[in-house]
Design a protein around this ligand. Sequence first.
Ligand SMILES: *[C@@H]1O[C@H](CO)[C@@H](O)[C@H](O)[C@H]1NC(C)=O
Length: 304
Amino acid sequence: MPSNETTFFIIRGITDDPQFQIIIFCLVLFIYLTTIAGNLTFLSLVCFDHHLHTPMYIFLGNLSVVDMLCSTITQHNVLLSFITKDKSIGYGSCMAQMYMFGSLTGQELLILTAMGYDRYVAICRPLLYYNIMNKRTCVLLNGACWIWGFLQIMPPLGVFYTFTCYSSRVINHFFCDILPLMKLSCNDISLLRIFFFMECLVLIGCTPFFLTFISYIFIIRNIMKIRSTTGKRKAFYTCSSHLTVVLLLYTTLFSQYMSPDLNDSTKLFALFNTAAVPLLNPLIYSLKNKDVKAALRQSLVRLK
Ligand SMILES: *[C@@H]1O[C@H](CO)[C@@H](O)[C@H](O)[C@H]1NC(C)=O
């Protein structure tokens, strides 16, 4: 716990300009509601339509849950502080937010890595697909993603929690994220910074990236071997949605943590970055996959 003074922080939000704040509020509300509605629709399709009870959709169901939690964590401060006009957040809540955001981001990467393996099996071992990706493997992989996601962020945050001194309470961001908080610390954090970047880069970022990359090398090699153009197209089609989401997630994460000092426009950019994957993920999978479209059509017919 920090000494006497820092028992709360102020989350500055994206802007101080009141007029601009209204626009931001409406924008975030729209993004948030669309994200939740899209993911809930997708989840209910995955749960209730037995055509979608395949490993890929089980992973996607888990990804939808992670996405909804992630957008709630990053966006609820903007919405609540606009309504209540109170921008403060307790030390504990702030740390919890930081921990949850770190874990969930890691989980997104892990689930997408597991899905990369799933696509590898689907394309390179199609006949053994249901033997390899059986129920047990799915539960193991999904469970591992959740557990490892919650564990892997602990070491750097554990060190962070021991810091006690902050030069200011005002966090120049729209939620408690580690980089803006690190800037406020007046402890000597140069060692933590190195440790943090190493962990994030090697463990949380590079390992999933590397594994996904290997899956795709095998997938591409296999697609190249297919003679017919229709066969090639069909094989590519089975992994195109996954590839789209993977590219989207890695580019947004990369640009988020590489962006320079925070001002209003880079914070707005960060908002779109954190919102993009949860918002677009169900859309990408629904628009591109015939199964999902068929399931959606069927449930609409049933509602009538
Ligand atoms: C998440 O994964 C587990 C384990 O495979 C599965 O039982 C569960 O149905 C999945 N959740 C969703 C919402 O799809």
